[in-house]
Design a protein around this ligand. Structure first.
Ligand code: CA
Ligand code: CA
Ligand code: CA
Ligand code: CA
Length: 242
């Protein structure tokens, strides 16, 4: 009897696992007692911090599965005042358009025309069908080799630094909690998404995008290029003490 039931059991397990693979991404953010130096280089504390892959192909005009064309990983830690990130992006050709110095948020639309790391926050984690920067949803764009943060929120107090290595670049970021209108606490969770844009030539634009949260399904099934402005597709960051 057991032998006869085994194939059915395996089928059930594989179905459940298949469904599990479509659940939201989650990253546990450890609390740090020592703030990293924002210089685009990995401090000792980063060496002991787990990383997560930014590897879900979201959209592309010249798609490639070559991880050296575009792939990335991120790490995050937090303290009472700030949320910190370290991104390591593999990109074979680093590219930025000529942009005006200190471009204002009015140029936000152009960020994806460059190599660019976009961060999206849904601080009340309501996973809804829209995006409300005037309330609790925030977006920050860090264009490769550029001196301003693009945002439709508050960039004041945000620190960042970027360095190159032969196969890509590293971005280190510090965001004050007050910019996110948030009071951090142990076991708090909020929505989060990353899009990394790759342009290796001036055109066609945005030749590749990889994401961390649920954007793969979202880009393909839930609204194309504006899917990242639906907080329902984001993953979750969970704040932990250890
Ligand atoms: Ca550093
Ligand atoms: Ca590339
Ligand atoms: Ca929200
Ligand atoms: Ca590139």
């Amino acid at each position: 009897m057991l032998t006869r039931l085994l194939p059915l059991y395996c089928l059930l397990v594989s179905f459940v696992c298949c469904c599990c693979s479509r659940t939201e991404s989650k990253y546990v953010v450890k609390k740090t007692s020592q703030a990293p130096v924002i210089d685009g280089r990995a401090d000792a504390l980063w060496e002991n911090t787990p990383s997560a892959a930014v590897s879900k192909i979201g959209s592309c005009t010249l798609c490639t599965t070559d991880s050296l064309d575009l792939s990335g990983r991120f790490k995050a830690v937090w303290d009472a005042e700030h949320l910190y990130f370290l991104f390591t992006i593999y990109d074979d050709i680093k590219f930025r358009n000529n942009l005006p110095a200190n471009a204002s948020e009015q140029q936000l639309w152009a960020a994806w025309k460059n190599d660019d790391i976009e961060l999206f926050f849904d601080m009340n984690n309501d996973k809804e069908s829209g995006f409300h920067p005037e309330e609790d949803d925030f977006r920050y764009d860090f264009i490769y080799d550029y001196d301003s943060v693009m945002t439709d929120g508050n960039a004041r107090g945000i620190s960042f630094a970027q360095t190159d290595f032969d196969k890509g670049y590293v971005l280190e970021v510090r965001i004050p909690w007050k910019n996110l209108k948030y009071a951090p606490g142990q076991d708090n969770a909020f929505g989060f998404e990353i899009n990394v844009s790759d342009n290796d030539t001036k055109a066609p634009l945005e030749q590749g995008v990889v994401s961390w949260g649920r954007s793969k399904a979202a880009w393909a099934e839930e609204g194309g290029a504006t899917a990242h402005l639906r907080t329902s597709v984001y993953g979750n960051l969970l704040l932990a003490v250890e």
